[in-house]
Design a binder for this molecule. Structure first.
Ligand code: ADP
Length: 488
């Protein structure tokens, strides 16, 4: 099949979080399985241009309607690890994608609404008729709306749309002007069964538009699919998802096993496999050296992730003194778009960074993340909610035992060593239920205790974690089936 991914992110050139990894990994696996896959992305000024091969301007006269004028765009093509990517560069007074950042601008809604229209206009002008358009999150929610209400009448009747919800915490709620921007007539869409927001009747919800107008909707784990249909985690979209449950399902994300592989990872100090698990400790030594931690017989607890309410910042902050008091070392790598959260962790860092067993690194550092996954013993993911979560899966790939909260994709991938109902050999970490300090400590206490008191059993747990298959193999097959289903 000919599949076009339309996305605001693709690792490693435009990555903020897991969405970037997913676009890269899923596209690569679909291509490997014989599909023809192309990607359309914004041409941000902050793309990692060093990771794009053969970038060239391939379409110069793309005029994209915007309100009652048109914006001139160039379209570039380049290869990202062998993936065929088109990058749209608008020459607008607003400099939509020249902001030195992917998100976090006051006009994000306008920027990505424009991107949706530009992507479709590019496909129309270049006569691309994919079998499947796969789009992602609120930023591309207008793609199916525009396709079925405008571009199908211009001749694009062939494509079917699969739409994936990566995080319902961001839905693109906005006013009617965004529809006028892209040439749609607001009264037709501002209805409860179309784009009207379920909370605020005078607002529109772009993610809801994506759900209503797509041929199939997925989210990134089976547990999260249930949670968002049946609990507050749907953040207002529960009735919409229930109304469309015939075309909705959860597909667990995979990991790109070429990027995340302790056997071949260029960013770690010593490569290892399940058979040479002893060599993992050389990465612990390298990590300690790099972050000025002392050499000692202590378990190393790590956190890698966005410092965001969703990720459980309260519990993360509480875990630091707990781990240090219980004989651990602690490493955190994280960044936050919120000035308050950044300030909080900067204060903590100032207080604690002279400690020989603790290092907080506030920022984004892809290479350091690899060394942390390889060097740590335990990876903490205490999320309030977690659509899928990649950090626990990456940790397991590196034999680092996850300690997670029982929610979303964390619940679908981590099986508690003491309490899970799965066979012993499938148990791969620690899980706690309640989002509070007692819950967190109940899991950390058991994990730290096993490391100190039963090192052989801890090693078995590491091996169990490494044996899990969280590659894109299975998920890509699920997506192929979904594509076949909506084509039929
Ligand atoms: P989310 O998409 O909600 O941010 P995921 O767990 O799905 O969370 O994916 C997070 C991805 O981003 C992982 O690949 C993780 O290693 C990476 N990551 C998050 N924060 C950082 C950081 N500060 N530095 C390097 N990599 C990071």
């Amino acid at each position: 099949m000919f599949i076009i991914m339309i996305s605001p992110e693709c690792a490693p050139v435009a990555k903020v979080g897991g969405l970037g990894d997913v676009i890269h990994g899923l596209s690569a696996q679909l291509a490997l399985n014989g599909h023809n896959v192309e990607l359309i992305l914004p041409k941000y000024d902050c793309l990692r241009y060093d990771r794009i091969q053969g970038l060239k301007n391939v379409y110069q006269g793309l005029w994209v309607p915007y309100y009652n004028q048109s914006i001139h765009c160039d379209v570039f093509w380049g290869s990202v690890d062998g993936l065929s990517c088109f990058f749209i560069e608008p020459h607008s007074a607003q400099h939509f994608f020249d902001r030195r950042a992917i998100y976090g601008q006051n006009d994000d809604i306008e920027r990505f609404a424009f991107f949706c229209r530009a992507a479709l206009e590019f496909m129309l002008r270049t006569h691309k008729h994919p079998d499947i358009i796969h789009c992602h999150d609120w930023q591309t929610g207008l793609v199916p709306v525009l396709l079925f209400e405008m571009y199908s009448h211009l001749g694009m009747r062939h494509p079917r749309v699969c739409y994936t919800l990566h995080n319902l915490g961001h839905q693109g709620v906005t006013g009617e002007q965004v529809l006028r921007e892209v040439g749609l007539h607001p009264p037709f869409f501002a209805r409860p069964d179309r784009l009207q927001d379920n909370h605020n009747r005078s607002a529109l919800n772009l993610m809801k538009g994506g759900i209503v107008f797509s041929n199939f909707v997925t989210t990134v784990s089976p547990r999260y699919a249930q949670e968002i249909m049946n609990s507050d985690l749907g953040m207002g979209l529960q009735p919409t998802l229930r109304a469309h449950n015939q075309k909705f399902g959860g597909v667990l994300n995979g990991l790109d096993y070429n990027v995340w592989n302790p056997e071949s990872d260029p960013h770690i100090a010593c490569r290892y496999t399940i058979g040479t698990l002893g060599d993992k400790s050389k990465n612990k030594t390298a990590l300690r050296k790099r972050l000025w931690l002392r050499e000692a017989s202590k378990p190393l607890v790590a956190v890698v992730g966005r410092l965001d309410h969703q990720k459980g910042v309260e519990l993360i902050a509480q875990s630091i003194p707990y781990c240090l008091e219980h004989g651990c070392q602690y490493v955190l790598l994280g960044s936050s778009p919120s000035p308050q959260i950044t300030h909080r962790f900067e204060l903590l860092k100032r207080l604690i960074n002279d400690h020989p067993d603790c290092h907080l690194e506030l920022g984004y550092d892809e290479e350091l993340a690899h060394l942390i996954y390889a060097g740590a013993d335990l990876m903490l993911v205490p999320s309030v909610y977690e659509p899928c979560g990649l950090t626990q899966m990456i940790a397991m790939r590196y034999g680092t035992v996850p300690v997670v909260r029982n929610t979303g994709g964390l619940a679908d991938t981590v099986f508690d060593v003491d309490y899970a109902t799965t066979p012993n050999e499938n148990r791969n970490g620690y899980v706690f239920n309640d989002y509070n300090q007692a819950g967190l400590e109940s899991a950390l206490r058991r994990a730290i205790g096993l490391w100190f008191n039963y090192p052989d059993r801890f090693r078995e747990l590491m091996a169990n974690a490494m044996r899990c298959d969280y590659s894109w193999n299975q998920p890509a097959k699920h997506y192929s089936n979904i594509y076949q289903h909506i084509r039929a």
